[in-house]
Write a protein of this length. Sequence first.
Length: 173
Amino acid sequence: MRGGEISGNLAKSTAIYAQGGGVYSGSTFTISGGEIKDNKLEFATYGNGSGVYVSSNAFTLSGSAKVTPKGGGSSYTTNADDRNSIYLSSTSYFIRIQGTLSEPTVGLIDLVSTWTITSPLLRSWDGTTASNFTNNAPTDKFGLGVKINEFSNVFSAITGPWSDSGNGRITGL
């Protein structure tokens, strides 16, 4: 995606769960500019990733990319989520940051509190070699929402600075 907007979408499920209101990233997806905003999930039991659901390590943000969270981002109703967040569906998945992000706030990342994070959530990437990452990505451009468990509808919003050491510890929680 090089500019433009993905907005006003709805992922709806009358069964158990809904995922990826704006984008379901199961393979390579790069946003080098533009905005993902105002997307929503409606579900019977739970939902994840009202903005972006990430189920691979090929989700890349660069330049003026934004996944704009809505409101305070701390909770959603029993059967809907309009927070427009980014959900990493595994503890081994991460967001690749290529170059410099020009927006002061890029997105809200949702985590599950019972997960042990063993690698950084954000990794700087040179854009060429698939495995050439550094762990100095700009955490100050992202908020965090932490779910009680994967099937919960309750989040705790992380306010203030957080850092991502990649060794199972995210400070600021």
